[in-house]
Write a protein that binds this ligand. Sequence first.
Ligand SMILES: Cc1cc2nc3c(=O)[nH]c(=O)nc-3n(C[C@H](O)[C@H](O)[C@H](O)COP(=O)(O)O)c2cc1C
Length: 309
Amino acid sequence: MQDKAGKTVSTGFGNQAASPVIDPGKCTNCGMCVKICPSVTIINVSGQATVVPDNGMGCFACGQCTAICAFDAVRVTGRRMTPDDVLPWPASDRTADDVSLHNLMLTRRSVRTFKDAPVERELIDRILEMTASAPMGIAPSDVECTVFLGRDRVQAFAGDLDGVFRKWNSFFNPVTMFFMRVFGSKAAYQSFDGFLLPIIREMIHAREHGSDMLFYDAPCVLLFTTHPMADPIDGTIACTYAMLAAQSLGLGTCMIGTVAHAVNMDKKVKARWGIPADHKACLAMVVGHPAHRYHRVVKRTLAAIHIKD
Ligand SMILES: Cc1cc2nc3c(=O)[nH]c(=O)nc-3n(C[C@H](O)[C@H](O)[C@H](O)COP(=O)(O)O)c2cc1C
């Protein structure tokens, strides 16, 4: 038994470790927590599962020990985790099987037409509750979500991003593009010339004519950002979970990639919406009640599958 926190890998929480506590009255010394602990904080000392705070990476509150213990003998406290964050295992008829999960995935489409109706706050809360279960590089999550609730708020954000796109549009003129083509990387030139700039110009043009090609007049936008110490992919994984969560609630979504570039390159936009300057925007997602119903599923394939056996 041990409840003294040691050091652990540094994340947005700093390097303060969490503390696993093993209840000796419940522990049968089955060894599962020792086997499962990825940070090597719980180890076998003289045949007994023992918390050694400064061993290995130190406890970062992944909760694996608590989850695996069949005897409810382990609790973890710290790094935002409390002993109350342990829920009973759901009944098997309340978990998705491969068919129902696959159907949820297959019937998801990127939705770009929304009913003129707000997204209820309870649905947003439920999406975020479900999103919180997304895996992350190092637990607990260093992902933050900024919710632009209501069309007015979304359009205010879109207006700020339009300002960034206009700056880019004048900066990446034929002269800078010439230098980029000659002296820059081929991939950067191609992505600006063939993809980013044409899209930006379309969005500016559309906005001038009263149409929103960025957020499609959605009633809500979720922007996923990460602390600088987080794995950069964490926000994208969270956004993917949010997308499926929204789909399960009957809402339509579309990921919006251009937003992250604009937010990351403009300190004023970050400051205006309360995003810390050193945090990284990963991905945004529009959410709303879909205006139309789809009738068919479109099968997709990966670009290639390479099985090495
Ligand atoms: C990372 C990422 C970024 C995206 N960015 C945009 C975007 O900025 N605007 C947009 O209309 N769609 C965006 N999409 C949606 C894709 O265009 C969409 O997945 C594609 O149209 C295929 O449609 P489906 O999602 O219905 O299969 C993005 C998707 C992903 C995964």
